[in-house]
Design a protein around this ligand. Structure first.
Ligand SMILES: [Cu+2]
Length: 154
């Protein structure tokens, strides 16, 4: 009886360790907090869209977001919006973005976003997508997101 309990306890510990590893890669939940992840449902016939998320740095040092990827797009880039001659244009951010210790950056419509190109045509509203973010020195983190129909430009 006692050995059975021990076995169950070990089993539970293994499950917890395994699921934490799958969800967050090398990054533990008390280092970086991801919230409100979603992607804009692609317009009919379009293979481009954008993904959004809020990322909070819970560590004592500054972090840098350096990459994004998904399984539903062939190419993904970090994009920022800049004003050029009174026109908003998006720019590929090649250096990534610093997330200062204790602060949050928002990828949101009208600003920073994850540009997704070559998006699988089967993606529509309600599709569940894993957005993966690369934090310099910590590695890739998978964040579940859902495709949502939203009327907005990014
Ligand atoms: Cu873009």
């Amino acid at each position: 009886m006692e050995s059975k309990l021990k076995f169950i306890r070990l089993f539970l510990v293994l499950i917890v360790a395994w699921s934490a590893n799958v969800v967050s890669g090398q990054v533990s939940e008390n280092q970086v907090q991801f919230s409100n992840a979603w992607i804009k449902e692609p317009m009919p016939g379009m293979s481009m869209t954008a993904g959004f998320v809020e990322i909070e740095n819970l560590t004592n040092s500054d972090l840098r977001l350096i990459g994004v990827r998904t399984s539903i797009s062939t190419m993904s880039e970090l994009h920022d919006m800049v004003m050029v001659n009174n026109v908003m244009q998006m720019r590929h951010t090649t250096n990534g973005w610093v997330i200062a210790s204790g602060s949050t950056i928002s990828l949101a419509p009208g600003g920073k976003h994850a540009m997704l190109m070559g998006v699988d045509s089967s993606v529509d509203g309600q599709t569940e997508v894993l957005l993966e973010f690369n934090i310099e020195g910590l590695g890739w983190v998978s964040v579940p997101a859902v495709a949502v129909m939203k009327k907005s430009t990014h």
